[in-house]
Design a protein around this ligand. Structure first.
Ligand SMILES: O=C(O)C(=O)C[C@]1(C(=O)O)C=C[C@@H](O)C=C1
Length: 320
């Protein structure tokens, strides 16, 4: 791996929320194609996606969901509004936090804590219990939080990844801050590639769907597109569109690949019934769990039904 300091011109660049040592970097380390390529540390999701859109980077690794804090709204909103992006891979990183400070600081002296908002949300229970009067300064990343201790910052301590001591000379004041020891953050690799990853049988498809305005049952009609094709949803979340109160878009993850007949048929139904469907990609699931569905939704069943209709329309004799 090379870093920004490396003078050799990179052939391919991968953007990630840095600096080195973030969980986002840990997710990028799971991508075999990124090994040995140039890695560009950026300050936020918008910058990472702008790198991809402008062609400065081949792809960007971004956090999309945390098992405790839920969907990363900055990511969901950016994917809804920045055109031309595709998710090509999904990665899981277990997340766990430590409280760090400059050497010599004691826990009793900590008044202000610097933390990334998602890390802060995951450590809130510990912080409220152990430092009930603390103030919070938001950071752009978990490592940036700790780095701020050496900058012109008001913070006395920072919430950081356990590996932070490999990158910065800080003292660990407390471990296992996370309210849930099994917390996991889900990351996605985003590129401009129009080529869908091959179906594996253990895939996920991500969409953003808008519903027709003021139509009773519009949400039910959207869900029916999936239920009538035996397509399971693993995530559905509403986000404000932002142009007026009460207007929402839905972030949807479903089990399966756009090349699966049941998913393709559901996508056609969605396209007919929704004013806007953003296809974000079909890609292998990080947990590699094969998608389970009833045999009545097998590809062959859809293909047979289409052939039957084609036969009728082309005047083939009955039973052909
Ligand atoms: O990658 C990092 O370390 C980050 O600071 C980002 C981020 C996030 O955006 O969710 C990643 C994982 C943790 O859930 C907390 C923060």
């Amino acid at each position: 791996m090379t870093t920004d300091a490396t003078p050799t011109p990179p052939d391919e660049t991968y953007s990630y929320l840095g600096p080195a040592g973030t969980f986002t970097e840990a997710a990028l380390k799971q991508v075999p194609e990124a090994a040995g390529k140039h890695w560009r540390s950026v300050n936020n999701v918008g910058e990472a996606l702008a790198d991809v859109v402008s062609g400065r980077s081949t792809a960007a690794m971004i956090a999309i969901e945390n098992s405790i804090d839920g969907g990363v709204s900055a990511t969901q909103d950016a994917l809804a509004t920045v055109p031309g992006l595709r998710i090509v891979g999904e990665y899981l990183v277990p997340v766990n936090f430590v409280l760090v400070a400059r050497h010599g600081t004691t826990l009793a002296e900590v008044k202000v804590v610097n933390a990334h908002p998602v890390a802060y949300a995951q450590s809130r229970g510990w912080l409220e219990r152990e430092l009930p009067d603390h103030g919070h300064i938001p950071a752009t990343s978990n490592v940036a939080a700790a780095a701020s201790l050496f900058e012109d910052s008001q913070a006395d301590a920072a919430v950081a990844p356990p590996g932070i001591t490999e990158h910065l000379d800080v003292e660990v004041l407390a471990r296992d801050l996370g309210d849930n020891p099994n917390a996991v953050t889900r990351f996605v690799l985003v590129s401009r590639s129009r080529v869908l990853p091959e179906p594996t049988g253990a895939d996920k498809t991500s969409l953003i769907v808008e519903l027709p305005d003021d139509e009773p049952g519009a949400l039910l009609a959207m869900l029916e597109q999936f239920s009538t094709r035996g397509v399971n949803l693993s995530l559905i979340q509403s986000r404000p569109i932002g142009d007026a109160l009460g207007r929402y878009r839905f972030v949807v993850d479903l089990d399966g690949h756009a090349a699966d007949e049941r998913v393709a048929d559901a996508l056609l139904g969605l396209r007919r019934t929704s004013p806007k469907v953003i296809f974000l990609g079909s890609y292998p699931r990080a947990d590699e769990q094969e998608v389970a569905y009833h045999s009545k939704y097998d590809d062959e069943i859809f293909i047979e039904a289409r052939d039957w209709l084609r036969g009728i329309l082309s005047g083939e004799p009955d039973g052909a």
